[in-house]
Design a protein around this ligand. Structure first.
Ligand SMILES: C[S@@+](CC[C@H](N)C(=O)[O-])C[C@H]1O[C@@H](n2cnc3c(N)ncnc32)[C@H](O)[C@@H]1O
Length: 283
């Protein structure tokens, strides 16, 4: 999204998928606010995407379940007391996962953040004050400077969640943001983000089904821009010392108990990174 963009429609879409996954007979994540936040518009956008990428709901549920678990682990095992959600969209972790003495910070493109806050204001009972909010356009602004202005402590460790955002940014913005986080935050900070492979991001050598998936997000106004098959050298060059990668097939096996090649999860991965090696025993 560039500076003039409207509020993110992909954020509404994934919110709708969270609402749907919450209704599973055996849910692996739960977001009771998602249905109201996504509204009919979000549900429609998701329903139209189903034909292109039928396994999106499962993928999204896995992503949310894993990162929710990571919040608990970071607080309990790494003594993290600050959780930052970059490109937050309609994320509700501040409301869903409150912990004593833990502060949540939400950072997003100004248009999406304004739309979210307007929706939250109409949601009875939502704890709006559970997060500190600050806007930032990753294509042109420094999120660390923006965070510091909202009371974030750059000398204290944080868990930084960058979920569903990297594929929509230019490579320059991804590198600049990764670098500024590594240099500007406490070295004990842990970053988690998901990313896609180079082929789907660039639209080269992909099959018709993958092309339809790629085209749809472009039609929503947020074209895929960046993907990589080599996240470790990227993170090393941006100042990280510790890197782990997880595939969504591995997460599906763990959370759902099976492997299904048809799910098309070969293009998507999660990365964990820190400027220093976390204490032994992690993760
Ligand atoms: C697919 S949504 C993901 C939202 C949320 N993280 C989630 O998983 O539900 C993409 C998010 O990236 C944000 N985004 C895209 N381009 C951005 C930019 N240049 N600067 C800041 N945020 C951006 C959008 O505002 C939106 O919130």
């Amino acid at each position: 999204m560039d500076g003039e963009s409207e509020a993110s429609k992909t954020a509404l879409m994934v919110c709708a998928y969270r609402a749907r996954a919450t209704r599973w007979a055996k849910p692996i994540m739960s977001d009771s606010w998602a249905e109201a936040l996504a509204g009919e518009h979000g549900m429609e956008i998701a329903a139209r995407f189903d034909a292109r990428f039928p396994h999106m709901e499962t993928w999204l549920a896995l992503r949310v379940a894993y990162i929710d678990r990571l919040v608990g682990l970071a607080v309990d095992r790494l003594s993290v007391r600050q959780v930052v959600v970059l490109g937050a969209g309609y994320d509700t972790r501040a409301a869903r996962l409150p912990r004593a003495d833990v502060t949540f910070f939400e950072v997003d493109h100004p248009a999406t953040q304004a739309a979210k806050r307007a929706r939250l204001a109409e949601l009875p009972g939502y704890p709006v004050d559970a997060a500190h909010y600050t806007s930032c356009d990753f294509e042109r602004e420094d999120p660390v400077a923006r965070l510091a202005a909202t009371g974030f402590r750059t000398d204290e460790p944080a868990l930084v969640i960058w979920e569903g955002v990297v594929p929509y940014l230019t490579e320059a913005a991804v590198r600049a943001t990764l670098t500024t986080l590594a240099r500007g935050l406490s070295p004990r900070t842990l970053l988690v983000f998901d990313f896609v492979g180079k082929k789907i991001a660039e639209g080269t050598e992909i099959n018709e089904r993958d092309r339809a998936t790629r085209d749809y997000v472009g039609e929503l106004g947020e074209p895929l821009r960046y993907g990589t098959n080599h996240v470790t050298p990227l993170l090393a060059a941006c100042g990280y010392r510790w890197v782990r990668q997880l595939s969504f097939d591995e997460l599906a096996l763990e959370y759902l108990g099976d492997y299904d090649r048809e799910r098309q999860y070969r293009f998507q991965h999660l990365a964990l990174a820190s400027p220093t090696v976390p204490p032994a025993g992690w993760p």
